[in-house]
Ligand binder design. Structure first.
Ligand code: SF4
Length: 152
């Protein structure tokens, strides 16, 4: 829902702290998670993640979350699914070229990054191309495994 999505951008500072804290907690309990099995946990985590992130950010559950680098604005809501900045078609009023009634997700990403307080360092992180095989899988578990150095 667009209004909730916009609210989340406005509240990006503390939501980002909560988000980071939760990831830290998952890293902390990672020995337990590993013991249960990443594969076994994936479906349940992806379901919860889809509910929470779908509600707050209109997440499209791509499985490789960029929210931490895009001011909590999900780039998968861009009609062109651009993950590294806006196209050349952003309108004067910040509206999307394809969907004029929607503010460009990258205008929102800049706004959210400023609210978090580190726009220069976060939004300039280059995102790899989207891997369609990860859609529907848990990005949280993936992020934890990346932090643990278990994924290349
Ligand atoms: S204007 Fe923004 S949201 Fe619309 S297609 Fe271009 S980058 Fe995507």
């Amino acid at each position: 829902m667009k209004s909730v999505r916009n609210w989340s951008i406005r509240q990006a500072k503390w939501l980002h702290v909560v988000y980071e804290g939760m990831e830290g907690l998952l890293v902390l309990i990672s020995p337990l998670l590993r013991r249960i099995g990443w594969q076994r946990l994936d479906r349940g985590f992806a379901w919860v993640e889809g509910l929470i992130k779908g509600f707050l950010f209109d997440s499209q559950s791509c499985g490789q979350c960029t929210l931490g680098s895009t001011g909590l604005s999900c780039p998968m809501n861009c009609p062109k699914t651009l993950r590294n900045g806006p196209c050349g078609g952003v309108r004067q009023d910040g509206g999307c070229e394809v969907k004029p009634d929607m503010t460009c997700v990258w205008v929102k990403a800049w706004e959210g990054s400023k609210n978090i307080g580190t726009p220069e360092t976060t939004i300039q992180v280059i995102q790899p191309p989207v891997d369609a095989r990860l859609k529907g899988h848990s990005a949280w578990l993936r992020a934890v495994r990346e932090r643990l150095g278990e994924l290349s």
